[in-house]
Design a protein around this ligand. Structure first.
Ligand code: ATP
Ligand code: MG
Length: 569
């Protein structure tokens, strides 16, 4: 039983990561009114992926470990790219991962009026102005990392003129791009984000929640900081690319001391995985151009894709716990994620027998028409899973790969004259081979030893090879979808010389339409994952019917991560 891993010893209490250390010290020092309140703030412009899972586990995890709360906040400030389909999928995925935001489901768009009022307040204090420069001019005026920016000619507009223009922007009097509202901070700041960043822009676009009520929309940095402050967030955890935005975040928060929260932004490294792209723009392109069947294609690194493939929430949470959080960028081996999936499935997945590429075997000395029900163990890792009855008869199927007419060295499976055990059944011996006109093996003739009946209780006579099989008259024909990595390169999308879709693995999906599965698998509920003995873990797909079940291979049994770990001692 090579796939059995022993139960790991209980792990010592892990040392706190740098974020949990900060939170713990803040609590001790009585900061933020001794509260911990985080949020997970996705933009509903795509489905969540495994990178988001890291952020979800962190935000909800920190909140629950320190007796705090975590909000789900839909950061919906960009009407042209967002959709309710995405909102719904985000809610489903976060819940499926095992987290609960109770009634705290918030939308940045719920705060549009308040954010607008904040902008007006900044204008009145001389801290924001309406700029008529074009987007291109604004870029030009902004300067570079080595050169300070120049003030816009509109920077010193009188307050009343700014108020009036901003109100007219809201009233829809101006076309897209004709004006923006900018913070009035410092065009010479060494930090580009502080060079009078845009706070509001004009977008005559329908919003999935606010409809046509607004034609001006707040920029991400402004809306995000204010949403945090409005919700009383204490620790605003985000990925490293926002480090340079922190001075602006703090500047915005400082302007509104009367809002409930005085949040502190803390950045951590995003998750990067080998053989995987995680940019939503790229994932959207894969969906839109038909490279995959949808956001939930089992090859996708999305939560919905992983769910359909048979990954479990516990495996994903376990993976997130193993990778931890740190401040430096790193690339995680996707084999570690698969390792977490195997570990969990090994514990919980019921075993069953299926033959992916069938080869017919007739047992010549087994009585015609006889059927025996044999007892099979459902999960050797879990006694409470019990046993089931598997039918055995004169005609069975085994895996084509389990037979060789001319066996290579150390081949312990079936070949002419050799004996193997059929799992939970008898020892059989191959006596002859039938071929078609093309010379291909189409059927084996075998004999069985009636004194070797196996079963859950164990087996008397032993031989070196054990094969899985299905009974021909009882087996159900199934479609099995085998998945390989979606990309052939370790870091797809990092080669400037080619478009990332050129790195797609053309063999990432192989469909076997003539697989045969034991009868108990025909009615497996979609989403349930089994171990097909000796083959791997397979999840029933919603495309299947009882007449024609469909299975996705979740992972094989070979654990390349465990091998790497062993090699590294
Ligand atoms: P993309 O740039 O691909 O659109 P995003 O970061 O803009 O992704 P959001 O919906 O804004 O997507 O992300 C919601 C939250 O998830 C943010 O706090 C973001 O930092 C976090 N997040 C996104 N990708 C990752 C990742 N790979 N690892 C960890 N956290 C991530
Ligand atoms: Mg984002």
């Amino acid at each position: 039983m090579s796939d059995v891993t022993s139960t790991p010893a209980p792990e010592p209490a892990a040392p706190l990561d740098f974020i949990r250390q900060i939170v713990s010290e803040d609590l001790k020092a009585g900061r933020h009114g001794r509260r911990v309140h985080t949020r997970f703030p996705p933009e509903p412009n795509g489905y969540l992926h495994i990178g988001h899972a890291k952020s979800i586990c962190l935000n909800f995890g920190v909140a629950s470990e320190f007796g705090g709360l975590c909000n789900l906040r839909l950061d919906d400030t960009n009407p042209t790219k967002e959709d309710v389909e995405y909102v719904d999928s985000i809610r489903t995925d976060v819940r499926w991962l095992g987290f609960d935001w109770d009634t705290r489901e918030f939308y940045a768009s719920d705060y549009f009026e308040q954010i607008y009022e904040c902008a007006l307040a900044l204008i009145r204090r001389g801290l924001a102005y309406v700029d008529d420069l074009t987007a291109e001019q604004i870029r030009e005026y902004r300067g570079t990392l080595t050169q300070p920016g120049r003030n816009s000619p509109f920077r010193d507009r009188p307050v009343e003129e700014n108020v009036s223009l901003f109100e007219r922007m809201r009233a829809g009097e101006f076309p897209d791009g004709s004006h923006v509202l900018r913070a009035r901070i410092d065009m010479a700041s060494p930090n580009m984000n502080m060079r009078d960043p845009t706070l509001f822009r004009i977008r005559h676009a329908h919003h999935h929640r606010t409809g046509d009520r607004w034609c001006i929309y707040p920029m991400y940095d402004f809306a995000h900081a204010l949403s945090d402050a409005i919700e009383g967030i204490t620790h605003s955890l985000c990925t490293l690319e926002f480090e340079d935005h922190r001075p602006l975040y703090n500047w915005i928060i400082e302007q509104f001391p009367d809002l409930p929260g005085d949040p502190q932004q803390i950045e951590f490294a995003r998750l990067n995985l080998t053989y995987t792209v995680m940019s939503k723009r790229k994932l959207l392109e894969l969906v839109e151009k038909g490279f995959v069947s949808g956001w939930d294609d089992p090859r996708m690194p999305t939560i919905s894709g992983m769910r359909r493939r048979g990954y479990t929430p516990r495996a994903i949470r376990d993976f997130c716990a193993r990778i931890g959080v740190a401040k430096n960028e790193s690339l995680i081996d996707v084999a570690l994620l698969e390792h977490s999936v195997r570990e969990d499935l090994n514990r919980v997945a019921p075993r069953a027998m299926a033959v992916l590429k069938p080869l017919k075997v007739v047992i010549e000395n087994y009585p015609e028409g006889q059927v025996e029900m044999l007892e099979a163990i459902n999960n050797p890792e879990d006694e409470s899973a019990g046993t089931r009855q598997v039918p055995f008869s004169r005609e069975i199927y085994i895996e084509q790969d389990d037979f060789r007419e001319v066996p290579p060295k150390k081949f312990f499976r079936l070949f002419p004259g050799n004996e193997v055990r059929l799992r939970y059944a008898y020892i059989i011996k191959c006596v002859s081979v039938l071929k078609n006109e093309a010379g291909e093996v189409v059927e084996l003739r075998c004999t069985y030893d009636p004194d070797t009946r196996g079963g859950a209780a164990g087996e008397q006579r032993r031989v070196k090879g054990t094969l899985h099989w299905v009974s021909a008259p009882h087996a159900v024909r199934a479609e099995v979808r085998l998945y390989d990595r979606l990309f052939t390169t370790e870091q797809p999308g990092t080669d400037d010389a080619r478009h990332f879709t050129e790195e797609l693995n053309p063999n990432a999906l192989e469909v076997l339409s003539d697989a045969l599965v034991e009868p108990s698998l025909a009615t497996l509920t979609a989403g349930v994952t089994c171990q097909f003995e000796r083959l791997g873990y397979f999840c029933a797909d919603p495309d299947g019917t009882p007449d024609r079940p469909v299975f996705n291979r979740t992972v094989t049994l070979r654990d390349s991560w465990a091998k790497i770990e062993k090699a590294n001692g």
